[in-house]
Design a protein around this ligand. Structure first.
Ligand SMILES: *[C@@H]1O[C@H](CO)[C@@H](O)[C@H](O)[C@H]1NC(C)=O
Ligand SMILES: *[C@@H]1O[C@H](CO)[C@@H](O)[C@H](O)[C@H]1NC(C)=O
Length: 367
């Protein structure tokens, strides 16, 4: 009798293990697509004639290869940590010649540093992949995958995929506030500009849905006025720059409302709001609690707060990158990226709305 019980529980154990192995395999098969700007670009701009690039040292100094890759970080970025969490390889830049054959099935990264919601954002960077073009590439990608695994296979791969989109910060930093009396700031008051951005963003997200995306993490903008570049240029006292803070404070809640509108129109939680503002504010309010010595000074740069100009081989470089929330004047360090993804994975509803990535993965593995 005891032996029978033991056998039964042993069999139950084996079945549970087999199920677990099956479900991790299903997770590993989930494709991942990334859209947006430099916060999530994995190297597309390396293939373009543009000044918005991160393909020379010391970028990548802490990446596993210790070489620059085009990521705007000392090491891995937010998409890399998400790939790790869903159990897949990092996505390749869509423009990479290595992205072909079976590797297409992992997904793709369409993001391009410098772009914004609007086409006229980042014009100074010349040749970058604007949002409408990233979405055209997504369509082209799906045709290539259909050639590999058939139309139905491609449709399913996209249907079950996870998507990340990070865009909007540049519409302020590299457009409205780029120069005093910019064209957009003469055209719109800040609240009206934010309304316009949200309405254009809504069209882009609707298009992403129409192209088959069904689980989309949408990040808000960080506290734009607190990055080392803005402290150096606008607020030497070290207080976060007021007008950019106001922009983020207007934009983020309206973004969450817009995602709610889209979801209720669709009748499903397709779009998940990621409160990057709160995640960054945590570091800014109490850097020591996260193991940072500062959240005001960039690790790589020069001038006040190391926030002026670009991060180049001639810049000041901090010896321990993990002690800095900001790698360069605008972009988080690898350590900060890891902490952000931890919140994406398991944050409460004030960070992830309406649910976190763990909940999404649990829900989607049941379907
Ligand atoms: C951006 O440019 C593309 C191509 O010219 C165009 O189709 C699209 O409507 C433009 N988007 C906006 C918001 O103006
Ligand atoms: C987020 O994820 C964790 C699992 O890591 C879960 O326990 C928690 O309840 C989730 N929080 C919310 C608010 O969904």
């Amino acid at each position: 009798m005891a032996r029978m019980l033991l056998l039964c529980s042993w069999m139950a154990f084996i079945m549970a293990m087999a199920l677990a192995a099956f479900s991790t395999q299903a997770d590993a098969a989930r494709a991942f697509f990334v859209f947006g700007d430099s916060l999530v670009d994995n190297g597309n701009n390396n293939y373009l004639v543009t000044t918005a690039r991160a393909d020379s040292p010391p970028y990548g100094i802490d990446y596993p290869t210790h070489h620059p890759t085009g990521r705007f970080s000392n090491g891995r970025n937010i998409p890399d940590f998400i790939s790790e969490r869903i159990g897949s390889e990092p996505t390749l830049p869509y423009l990479s010649p290595e992205l072909n054959g079976e590797r297409l099935l992992v997904g793709a990264n369409f993001a391009s540093a410098g772009i914004g919601i609007l086409n006229d954002t980042g014009i100074q960077f010349i040749n970058i992949i604007r949002m409408f073009r990233q979405l055209e590439y997504f369509q082209e990608y799906q045709q290539r995958v259909a050639g590999l695994i058939g139309e139905e296979g491609a449709r399913q791969l996209v249907d079950q995929a996870l998507v990340l989109i990070t865009v909007g910060g540049n519409d302020f930093v590299n457009n409205y506030f780029l120069v005093p009396f910019s064209a957009r700031s003469r055209q719109y008051s800040l609240p009206d500009y934010v309304k316009y951005l949200i309405s254009e963003y809504e069209k882009l997200l609707q298009r992403l849905y129409d192209l088959g995306a069904r689980r989309v993490l949408v990040t808000g903008t960080g506290p734009l006025g607190c990055v080392p570049a803005e402290l150096a240029m606008r607020s030497p006292s070290g207080q976060c720059a007021a007008e950019l803070q106001r922009a983020a404070a207007l934009f983020n809640p309206q973004l969450v409302q817009m995602l709610g509108r889209l979801n209720s129109r669709i009748g499903a939680d397709v779009f998940i709001g990621v409160n990057t503002q709160q995640m960054h504010n945590d570091f800014i309010d109490n850097p020591q609690a996260y193991g940072f010595v500062t959240s005001k000074v960039a690790c790589c740069g020069q001038g006040l707060y190391n926030g002026l100009g670009l991060c180049t081989p001639l810049s000041n470089l901090c010896p321990d990158r993990d002690l800095y929330a900001f790698w360069d004047a605008f972009h988080p360090s690898e350590k900060a990226n890891a902490l952000i993804v931890q919140q994406i994975l398991s944050g409460t509803s004030s960070y992830m709305h309406p649910m976190n990535l763990s909940t999404i993965m649990a829900l989607d593995s049941r379907n």
